[in-house]
Design a protein around this ligand. Structure first.
Ligand SMILES: Nc1ncnc2c1ncn2[C@@H]1O[C@H](COP(=O)(O)OP(=O)(O)OP(=O)(O)O)[C@@H](O)[C@H]1O
Length: 252
């Protein structure tokens, strides 16, 4: 069913979404709406359903029931993973997967969407991709001073940023970012919050994260998942003083 509410401004719309694995309800009547240009942090204890929710959005997992719409009217439940990625939904998994034996700049170059059609590769046009575009992305992800280094030589945090840059190269409308600061130093974590805030100026972003100081730094609306549903939603101050949220976190 096409949602009939005023959804023209939503980049993501989930309603009544459920998914059961072997009798266990990982996602339970989940509702979530993300506006164009919004950044949202998703938190919740282990097993709350965060990864499954991302899997449903990207088409890796099909929900048993419920509505999942992208950009107002595109029904994601009918599409496969590749089609969903082509719509402009980019996902970054927790573990960085960069091309270690290539330079930082080449990693971005390889990820850039070739907008000139299949013939350009044949005639070597890929090598002439605007260097400003690569530089711009490297500036956003704070790697401009490292562009000729091998990706293998970057720190763990820098590899995460490079992968975020590779996502940006695909020019996605919506970025899904899974636990980006796990294993980062405090300085890298603070820089990652700045970098994502910058990216959120012209992209919609969903960040799943456990690190509360980082989530506070993201300075965006927070959704707390618990047992596959939304337990609370609001500012980090509002959700962290919410009695039910405190119970769920302290009860574990
Ligand atoms: N393919 C699957 N088969 C069976 N159970 C699954 C599957 N995927 C997820 N689950 C179960 O669904 C529940 C939700 O898992 P999910 O990974 O979505 O939670 P999460 O909030 O991402 O947790 P974490 O913070 O630990 O990553 C868990 O109890 C998990 O064991």
């Amino acid at each position: 069913m096409i949602p009939d509410r005023g959804l023209t401004n939503t980049v993501l719309y989930l309603d009544g979404v459920s998914k059961t694995f072997d009798g266990f309800r990982a996602i339970n009547n989940l509702a979530l709406t993300l506006e164009h240009g919004e950044m949202r942090a998703i938190i919740g204890p282990n097993g709350a359903g965060k990864t499954t929710m991302m899997d449903i959005i990207t088409g890796k997992t099909k929900p048993d029931e419920g509505d999942v719409y992208f950009d107002g009217t595109t029904d994601l439940t009918t599409l496969d993973e590749a089609s969903i990625a082509n719509l402009g939904i980019g996902r970054k998994f927790q573990k960085p997967t960069v091309f270690e034996s290539h330079t930082v700049a080449d990693n971005i170059r390889l990820a850039l969407k070739d907008e000139r059609g299949p013939w350009s590769a044949l005639f070597g046009a890929r090598n002439r991709i605007a260097p400003e575009r690569i530089e711009h992305i490297l500036e956003i992800v704070r790697l401009i001073d490292h562009h000729e280094r091998l990706a293998a030589d970057l720190s763990h945090g820098q590899k995460q940023w490079l992968e975020i840059g590779m996502l940006l190269a695909q020019d996605p409308k919506l970025l899904l970012v899974d636990e980006p600061v796990a294993g980062m130093t405090d300085a890298e974590t603070a820089d990652t919050a700045r970098l994502l805030r910058e990216i959120a100026r012209d992209h919609s972003v969903v960040v799943v994260e456990h690190d509360m100081a980082f989530v506070r730094d993201l300075d965006c609306k927070v959704t707390v998942l618990h047992e596959g549903s939304v337990l609370a939603e609001g500012t980090i101050d509002a959700v962290s003083s919410n009695e039910r949220v405190i119970e769920v976190y302290l009860g574990r």
